[in-house]
Design a protein around this ligand. Structure first.
Ligand code: OSB
Ligand code: MG
Length: 369
């Protein structure tokens, strides 16, 4: 397989509702799409999952654009790839920049699956005929507003509610959610907003029987997380701290977490995600698919990845309409009344990419060949 051409397109896409985490509020996404073209004109699509600023990760839209255009795309053009798995290895000498790498790598997997005429999820070794869906609900302006959101999502059938927590929006909010909604599957994601000085607060929150606390401490830490985990019953789930299968192995060895969130962008694509899934599965650590407010292409890749055996908790993979007035794929991602998504049967990501819609949203485009 040879990559003849790589096209980058930035689209600007407003969210239906703002999304607020401990590091800020997002209202408009700036998303880079990657289209790779093979020898016979066949194509594959990937989406860069970076944010609009360097907060969740060091990578952000403008930095990824340059990295993709000047460094990564030229490394792949014209190279003979034995399989999609080689795409990662071609880019391996570049340090970090995993979201940029994943944008290209996932596109190469889509291309290969399409060339073989098989659905990507099967090509990746996925086995699940349906995947369980949860939602991530950002910090709201009031607890009443949060209640409203939770009610809507439960009525839609979602199988797990994640709320964002931050100092001032934690114990009292969770207590009120438990009082109002009872025993629903509930978890909190702190996006690194706390330190070990808050250990007592987490001990207090043990009482709420949350499924897990996601990334309570620093984004680059696995030592303090192990200390915190020793002090609390609720399992810790690591998100920001895990970039590679080696990170996962070390976190498991140190007992820094009981659960791992896997995001394609954060770990560098499907090959690395599958390796993390395997490391965790062999250690008896459940994983689930995280979300990065993706448009349809990223969402489709998340669905494919979520069909791997180890993805045993509901992920942050939900319907297109929760994010976008109109998505860039056809059909849009829909969730059944009981909170599942069925992976598509069509080759590759299995959703049609809407070129017309993308053209209308394009802020810039470039082509490397
Ligand atoms: O920490 O999981 C996170 C969104 C942006 C950055 C980080 C995170 C999130 C989410 C949203 O929680 C998940 C989604 O609905 O896509
Ligand atoms: Mg998270």
């Amino acid at each position: 397989m040879q990559i003849k051409k790589i096209e980058l397109t930035e689209i600007d896409l407003p969210l239906v509702h703002f999304f607020e985490t401990s590091f800020g509020r997002t209202t408009d996404r700036r998303i880079i799409l990657v289209r790779v073209e093979g020898e016979d004109g066949s194509e594959g699509w990937g989406e860069c999952t970076c944010g609009e600023g360097p907060d969740y990760s060091e990578e952000w839209t403008d930095s990824c654009w340059v990295t993709l255009e000047k460094i990564l795309a030229p490394m792949l053009i014209g190279r003979e790839l034995g399989s999609a798995a080689d795409a990662w290895h071609e880019m391996e000498r570049v340090r970090g920049n995993r979201m940029s790498k994943a944008a290209i790598e996932t596109a190469v997997w889509d291309l290969e699956a399409k060339m073989l005429g098989v659905p990507l999820w099967k090509h990746l070794g996925g086995t699940k005929e349906k995947i369980a869906c949860g939602v991530s609900i950002g910090i709201q302006d009031s607890v009443e507003q949060l209640f409203e959101k939770i009610s809507t999502e439960l009525e839609s059938g979602y199988r797990r509610i994640k709320i964002k927590i931050a100092p001032g929006w934690d114990v009292n909010v969770i207590r009120r959610v438990r009082e109002k909604f009872g025993d629903i599957p509930l978890m909190g994601d702190a996006n690194s907003a706390y330190t070990l000085a808050d250990t007592d607060l987490f001990r207090l929150m043990d009482e709420f029987e949350l499924m897990m606390f996601e990334q309570p401490l620093s984004n680059d830490d696995i030592i303090d997380h192990a200390k915190l985990q020793r002090e609390i019953r609720t399992p810790i789930c690591l998100d920001e701290s895990i970039h590679s299968p080696e990170d996962a192995r070390k976190a498991i060895e140190l007992k820094s977490c009981g659960i791992v969130n896997v995001k394609l962008g954060r770990v560098g694509g499907h090959l690395q995600a599958a390796a993390i899934e395997r490391t965790c599965r062999e250690a008896g650590i459940p994983v689930w698919c995280g979300g990065m407010l993706e448009a349809g292409i990223g969402r489709a890749h998340n669905i494919a990845m979520s069909t791997l055996e180890g993805f045993s908790f509901p992920g942050d993979v939900s319907a297109s309409k929760r994010y976008w007035h109109e998505d860039i794929i056809e059909p849009e991602v829909e969730v059944s009344a009981d909170g599942f998504i069925s992976p598509p049967d069509a080759p590759g990501i299995g959703f049609e990419v809407r070129r017309d819609r993308i053209e209308g949203l394009t802020a810039r485009t470039t082509s490397i060949h």
